[in-house]
Write a protein that binds this ligand. Structure first.
Ligand code: GLU
Length: 500
């Protein structure tokens, strides 16, 4: 059997990071099994449709490198891949369920349903369900006579189609992550499968499409587990073979208490969406991309939110992830979202990047606003990459590597400055060889300090602040070699005339 998996988001807003993980796991399984990764846009709920959301989803997947083999932008043999373009098709299937006695027309208006809900609530039942126990009291093709139904239909009375859940039945299936799962049919409501506007609901469209698109594995978030009971029933009603189901664990807040929500991003100061989202009249959110994440690092991090390769490796390239992936290594329990870990991953990927690639990235992202020459930019990237979590911080934190320090740690300078050392500082700067390397300089300077009987703890901090303004930063001798003798001397002169 060939593996065909789908990522089926609804364009109701920006794609949550949990959605990216779902897409990733689908992608990994498809690539591992030589299968097909499909993007299907589930846009049948017009009331929740958000302009720009579909483009956002596609751009997010592209940025991550999770490029669909079939989808709205990549036609295959099973299209269209946008449910709104498949509208007519669902009708036929809903009708088949009605004809077979597995679904029925329901004519209750929204007002009537509301009235019943209120009436029930007054009698102490706050949980009214349209189900196998209540359907006979309602206005539908089960409770009305054939003639009544015929007339209503002929009059063009609006109707929905509801699934007819059988009573006293146990609905079971085996979930690839959760094992055997059972539902008591008496707990299930008669879900609407076709709405009065002729649009299918998620449940009908989802399983019709999974069937027609020959989906082999449904891999989705845990929140869909309870709907699966309805889906399994529909597969039985249609006499279709159902796909394998795998319901992924939740992504939890950093505290482990509750599901990670879009509000948590602002609350804890980290992104929960892959890309920036700036709708015109609504809340904005920052993306992982704009925060400076490399897509490979983000994916590696996400892969481990609920899965691991079963050994102690943590850094896995896309090819290694594909190779190591299997559904049976996905865990059942929720995975805590640990932003520090995400940052750590990003840093590991920055360190692994070549300095030239990093420099190119800074140029491509227009972060090199001071037009630092490429060769120098590459050296700066190399010196800074272990000291930052984000490439966007390289030029900010390493500002003094390409222009005069923007500020000085004058407090430390005042403590360490000793006028007696002035000539020695000048002599040390004279030792900088623009074409030399940092190790040679380090060696020479340390010998010099020892020979003159000076204190490392007095000389080196002053030199460092002279060059960079701060006590933090990359290796001092590397910094001085990068700056070159003339610039080091200019910085020393500036400091001794202006700050001492
Ligand atoms: N449209 C559903 C969603 O937005 C898809 C759920 C599924 O994969 O079946 O998540």
């Amino acid at each position: 059997m060939s593996v065909r998996v789908r990522f089926a988001p609804s364009p109701t807003g920006p794609l949550h990071i949990g959605g990216v993980r779902t897409a990733l796991y689908n992608y990994l399984l498809a690539k591992k099994m030589g299968g097909t990764f499909i993007l299907r846009i589930e846009d049948t709920d017009q009331t929740r449709y958000v302009q720009g959301a579909e483009d956002y989803i596609i751009e997010s997947l592209n940025w991550c490198g999770l490029v669909p083999d079939e989808g709205p932008n990549k036609q295959g043999e099973y299209g269209p891949y946008r449910q709104s373009e498949r509208k007519d098709l669902y009708h036929e299937y809903a009708q088949k369920l009605v004809n077979d006695g597995n679904a029925y027309y329901a004519f209750d208006t929204a007002e009537e349903l509301e009235a019943i809900r209120n009436e029930e609530a007054e009698n102490g039942n706050h949980n009214f369900k349209y189900d196998s126990f209540t359907r006979r009291k309602m206005k539908n093709s089960v409770s009305l006579t054939g003639d009544e139904v015929k007339m209503l239909l002929e009059n063009g009375t609006p109707y929905t189609i509801r699934l007819k859940i059988p009573q006293d039945t146990v609905i079971s299936f085996t979930d690839l992550i959760r094992g055997d799962v059972s539902f008591d049919s008496n707990e299930l409501d008669d879900k609407v499968i076709l709405k009065a506007d002729g649009m299918p609901t998620y449940h009908l469209a989802n399983i019709v499409d999974d069937h027609l698109m020959e989906i082999s594995h449904v891999i989705r978030g845990e929140e869909w587990l309870s709907s699966t009971a309805h889906h399994v029933l529909m597969y039985e009603f249609f006499g279709w073979q159902r796909p394998e189901f795998a319901h992924l664990p939740l992504i939890l807040k950093p505290s482990g208490q509750g599901k990670l929500s879009k509000r948590d991003g602002a609350k804890f100061g980290f992104p929960v969406f892959p890309l920036d989202w700036h709708p015109e009249n609504d809340e904005s959110f920052e993306g992982f991309r704009e925060a400076g994440f490399l897509p490979e690092a983000l994916l590696n991090f996400l892969a481990f939110l609920g899965w691991n390769p079963g050994d102690d490796r943590e850094i896995l390239s896309m090819d290694e992830l594909i190779d190591a992936f299997s559904i049976d290594k996905i865990v059942k329990s929720g995975a805590k979202f640990d932003y520090d870990k995400a940052k750590w991953y990003n840093q590991q990927y920055l360190i692994a990047m070549s300095n030239d690639d990093l420099a190119r990235l800074l140029n491509d992202e227009n972060l090199n606003t001071s037009d630092v020459p490429f060769e120098k930019l590459s050296r700066i990237a190399g010196m800074m990459k272990e000291r930052v979590y984000f490439y966007t911080d390289i030029l900010r934190d390493g500002q003094y590597l390409y222009e005069k320090p923007a500020s000085y740690d004058t407090e430390t300078l005042a403590k360490k400055w000793n006028p007696i050392n002035e000539p020695f500082l000048v002599q040390i700067i004279e030792m900088v060889n623009d074409d030399g390397n940092a190790d040679e300089l380090s060696h020479a300077v340390k010998n010099f300090i020892a020979d003159k009987g000076l204190k490392m703890g007095e000389i080196l901090p002053v030199l460092r602040i002279t060059m960079t303004g701060t006590m933090k930063g990359p290796d001092l001798f590397e910094t001085m070699t990068l700056l070159g003798k003339d610039e080091c001397m200019a910085r020393y002169n500036y400091l001794s005339t202006n700050l001492i």
